[in-house]
Design a protein around this ligand. Structure first.
Ligand SMILES: Nc1nc2c(c(=O)[nH]1)N[C@@H](CN(C=O)c1ccc(C(=O)N[C@@H](CCC(=O)O)C(=O)O)cc1)CN2
Ligand SMILES: NCC(=O)N[C@@H]1O[C@H](COP(=O)([O-])[O-])[C@@H](O)[C@H]1O
Length: 197
């Protein structure tokens, strides 16, 4: 798989740690980012995994960026692509190449609180339970077919940072478990229903 990141890369680290065991069934062949200098890229480099960066502002149009990102990922011929804190919406070229096998882990219980601020929005709304959602990315914003969800409590005195970290602690094992199962056993997407045999 190719993993896309924009930040600290703790989800990526969990995937790299799991794939150190050949029985896991899938390895991280490259890590891509939309920005330089992030911890996720450093984690990959430390593990000897190739990296690439494609920044939107380096392209004339969003479409050109989408094609460049698609070409960079295609070069590694992955079976799966995983967004792990990748803060860019991909476009038609990327989805034409990887639609149906591009997964994203989002830090809220979709369809509630899509976008870039799941924990902040859940806290502001006053929900008592939130969590993480693994889904198959489509052309919408966090609208793809859901693979798995896990929940965490929202505590009375939570800050955004505390809630963010509690979600990530539940999100990492969910991501590792389901990416492994999907790689080993395969999966089908029929309408909004994702089935892993
Ligand atoms: N076509 C899609 N691409 C991606 C999705 C998706 O559902 N459909 N999920 C993401 C990750 N994501 C949340 O999980 C997410 C990422 C980015 C945005 C967003 O609004 N980004 C803006 C601005 C980003 C920035 O400030 O750097 C943008 O892309 O212009 C919303 C949700 C992976 N890709
Ligand atoms: N909507 C996209 C989004 O907010 N994604 C979130 O970014 C975090 C990445 O953490 P990490 O960099 O430590 O792996 C994760 O919680 C992921 O759900």
């Amino acid at each position: 798989m190719v993993v896309l990141v924009s930040g600290s890369g703790t989800l990526l680290q969990a995937l790299m740690d799991a794939s150190a065991d050949p029985a896991y069934g899938v390895q991280v062949v490259a890590v891509g980012a939309d920005r330089h200098g992030v911890e996720g890229l450093r984690r990959a480099e430390q593990a000897g995994i190739p990296t690439f960066v494609h920044r939107v502002p380096d392209y004339r149009t969003r479409e050109e960026w989408d094609h460049a990102l698609t070409a960079a990922v295609t070069a590694y011929r992955p079976r799966l692509v995983v967004s792990a804190g990748f803060l860019k919406l991909v476009g038609p070229a990327f989805l034409a190449a990887f639609g149906g096998r591009y997964l994203n882990s989002h830090n809220a219980l979709l369809p509630s609180f899509p976008g870039m601020h799941g924990p902040r929005d859940a806290l502001a709304y006053g929900v008592k339970v939130t969590g993480a959602t693994l889904f198959v990315v489509d052309e919408g914003v966090d609208t793809g077919a859901i693979v798995a969800q896990c929940t965490v409590p929202v505590l009375a005195e939570d800050t955004v940072d505390e809630l963010t970290e509690r979600i990530k602690a539940a999100e990492r094992p969910q991501l590792v478990e389901y990416v492994g199962r999907m790689a080993r056993d395969g999966f089908t997407v029929t309408g909004r229903k994702v089935t892993i045999p």
